[in-house]
Ligand binder design. Structure first.
Ligand code: MG
Length: 160
């Protein structure tokens, strides 16, 4: 079977007076990610993985961070556009696997909720979405709780 794979990565800084969105889920936290859109690093990494697999331009090219249309945008919009382009190219998501790199807050209690939210967004079953959360042993900007990063990989399979 002809399949295509893609990888995506993103990192955003944490700051007070921001809402923490990860995978389209609002996570209780004193700080949230900073960015032009809702700064959902998980959906940004996922979006880039989908776009890469589909042979499309990256998220920064399609949704420029100086474009007022995307100020405060719900990042699910970006994933939906990536999926539209994927379908137009004759593919759908086979599975996605995601590593969220965060020291704070601890994401263990939220992983299942994030998994289900992403499965719904991708129109696949939760079994087709892997979510891992890992810390950084207190090291670096992630270990100090100053940023959250995310890696995502996606496999696309033909629609028919
Ligand atoms: Mg981003």
């Amino acid at each position: 079977m002809h399949v295509r794979m893609g990888i995506g990565y993103d990192l955003h800084r944490l700051a007070v007076e921001r809402t923490l969105m990860l995978g389209g889920v609002k996570i209780p936290s004193e700080r949230g990610l900073v960015g032009h859109s809702d700064a959902d690093a998980v959906l940004h990494a996922l979006c880039d993985a989908i776009l890469g697999a589909a042979g499309q331009p990256d998220i920064g090219e399609l949704f420029r961070d100086d474009d007022p249309r995307w100020e405060g945008a719900d990042s699910r919009t970006f994933v939906q556009e990536a999926l539209r382009r994927t379908r137009a190219a004759g593919y759908k998501v086979g599975n996605a696997d995601i590593v969220i790199h965060a020291e704070q807050p601890r994401l263990g209690p939220h992983k299942q909720h994030i998994r289900e939210a992403i499965a719904g967004l991708l129109d696949v079953s939760p079994e087709q979405v892997g979510i891992k959360a890992t810390g950084n042993e207190g090291l670096g900007e992630i270990g100090r709780g100053e940023a959250i990063a995310c890696w995502a990989s996606v496999v696309l399979v033909p629609l028919q």
